[in-house]
Design a protein around this ligand. Structure first.
Ligand code: GLC
Length: 534
């Protein structure tokens, strides 16, 4: 796939806590990931994105980093990371790691030093410390809210406040400070030297804050609240200077490395992040947030392609990750459901899991057929549903507490992967998994689906294989009109992807059927199904 593997790669996201547990402590680890590399190679992906593996109190699943140059002992050691990278490379798999630059953990040595130091000190200057409002400074400096709920400021013993756009244990770094900037240049170099092939940059639209610290006119807690123009802490123009600096560090490595942005910004602003001297690519949340309907899906595809192509980048496609409800469940809910609150509020009989899985499989074929790269989330190749009914006492996501129990949070998509139909933790490990697996997970395990014709796993494997052979070289896409309820397009290689959004079975164009998401009925494509024809 060199030299531009990332332009068309299939990237598989591993959430290390939940992928495979080699030492039996109930939490996944690097040795576990290593032992499953043959599985990923056989699945046919090109790269693995590993969510944070750094030392961390795991208050936010590792997105609270205490040391950017090491591995959490629960996950392994730096030597394990090197071996994992080497093994992956030997199998032709690239490794992308997570960079979390907006905030550190409150356990990071810098933050401990900041707490021990006084107002105005160099130590506090690495974070965003400010005096409060009101005569005694007891009011937070602004009305900003945390993404997880509650105020974005926390008061320390001497009366100052520090900013945390996420959990209070995730203090925001001060990106006005050159020491912070050069530290991250160095962190990038550290991992490039260790052999990683890329970085997924966490909340890439944050970092820079309006230094006049104005109040927000409206506050909201979802990541989507970044879609307001001239926002004081999301998507500020100053962030591009930082991105260019990182890009220079990557370019200086003279290896085929990349960085992909997690930027929840207005689709019109996204191309700015993709200019030739900035990110190589960015996640496309626009499509993820689109309901399962033909016209919006087609419009979102057109928007993403145009946005990327205009700046010489490639589109990316994803429908699931560790932050959102698994799409096999999302697509089983009415299109206007707020799936972040639905697990608590219901109505739960709105869920049609059969339709959800059907659409999830069709969506997978649709996305894998599009030009650009595709980001898959561990377990989607098994058709795993969201475990939306986890009991409150096992919830670990800080969203649960920070939202005053208004949202259960993201644990339902982080339940450990079932590898076998039975046995302790369904083959995830030998100990009790850190989140319980529901009944029904065993039947969806890797072993249960391997070699089974028509299983979701075999559909992914086939599609990834076909994608490699036929959909690699040419980034063009041409829409085909096959009927009002049918979305269809032709790729440069001649492969036609057809998706039936209608109720009635749809006719397929003439040719060999390479893969389908559902069995054809008398040669026709059933509702909510996709097929590739050559
Ligand atoms: C990103 C991560 C999410 C995390 C947040 C704070 O959105 O994907 O899991 O909670 O950033 O780091």
């Amino acid at each position: 796939m060199s030299p531009t593997w990332w332009r068309r790669g299939a990237v598989y996201q591993v959430y290390p806590r939940s992928f495979a547990d080699a030492n039996g402590d109930g939490t996944g680890d690097l040795a576990g990931i290593r032992s499953r590399l043959p599985y990923l190679e056989a699945l046919g992906v090109d790269a693995i994105w590993i969510s944070p593996w750094y030392p961390s109190p795991l208050n936010d699943g590792g997105y609270d980093v205490a040391d950017y140059r090491d591995i959490d002992p629960r996950f392994g050691t730096l030597a394990d990371a090197e071996e994992l990278i080497a093994d992956a490379h030997a199998r032709g798999l690239r490794i992308i790691i997570d960079l979390v630059p907006n905030h550190t953990s409150s356990e990071h040595r810098w933050f401990r030093a900041a707490l021990a130091a006084e107002a105005g000190s160099r130590e506090r200057g690495r974070y965003v410390f400010k005096d409060g409002k009101g005569p005694d400074g007891s009011q937070p400096p602004t009305n900003w809210t945390s993404v997880f709920g509650g105020p974005a400021w926390h008061r320390v013993d001497d009366g100052q406040w520090y900013l945390h756009l996420f959990d209070p244990t995730q203090p925001d770094l001060n990106w006005e400070n050159e020491e912070v900037r050069s530290e991250f240049d160095d962190v990038l170099r550290f991992w490039l030297d260790l052999g990683v092939d890329g970085f997924r940059v966490d909340v890439a639209h944050a970092l820079v804050k309006d230094q006049s610290f104005p109040d927000l006119e409206t506050t909201g807690r979802l990541l989507g609240n970044s879609r307001q123009s001239n926002h004081p802490h999301w998507d500020r123009d100053g962030v591009h200077e930082i991105i260019r600096r990182w890009r220079k560090v990557l370019d200086a490595s003279e290896r085929d490395v990349m960085m992909v942005a997690e930027a929840w910004v207005h689709p019109d602003r996204l191309p700015l992040y993709l200019r030739p001297d900035e990110y190589h690519q960015s996640f496309n949340f626009d499509f993820l947030e689109t309901p399962w309907e033909l016209a919006p899906a087609r419009a979102a595809i057109d928007r993403a392609i145009k946005a990327a192509v205009d700046v010489g980048s490639t589109p990316t496609w994803t429908v699931s990750n560790h932050d959102v409800m698994r799409h096999a469940t999302r697509y089983g809910l009415p299109g206007d459901t707020n799936w972040r609150t639905w697990p608590l509020t219901g109505p739960h009989d709105d869920l049609d899991p059969v339709a959800g899985l059907r659409r999830a499989r069709a969506a997978a074929l649709l996305l894998m057929a599009l030009p650009g790269s595709v980001y898959l989330y561990q377990g989607e190749e098994l058709g795993l549903p969201e475990v939306w009914d986890l009991p409150p006492d096992v919830l670990d996501d800080p969203v649960w507490e920070n939202s005053d129990h208004e949202q259960k949070g993201r644990d339902g998509c982080r339940v450990p992967i079932p590898w076998t139909p039975d046995g302790p933790s369904l083959g995830f490990g030998t100990g009790d998994p850190w989140l319980p697996q529901p009944p029904g997970f065993g039947a969806l395990s890797v072993a249960s689906q391997t070699g089974v014709d028509g299983s979701t796993l075999e559909m992914y494997r086939t599609a990834l294989g076909v994608r490699r052979s036929y959909l690699d070289d040419d980034e063009s896409l041409e829409w085909e009109e096959l009927g009002p309820d049918v979305l269809a397009f032709r790729r440069g290689s001649g492969v036609v992807c057809v998706v039936n959004f209608g109720i009635e079975p749809a006719a397929l164009p003439a040719g060999d059927v390479l893969v389908t998401s559902a069995e054809l009925s008398e040669g026709r494509l059933p509702t909510d199904a996709a097929a590739w024809v050559l």
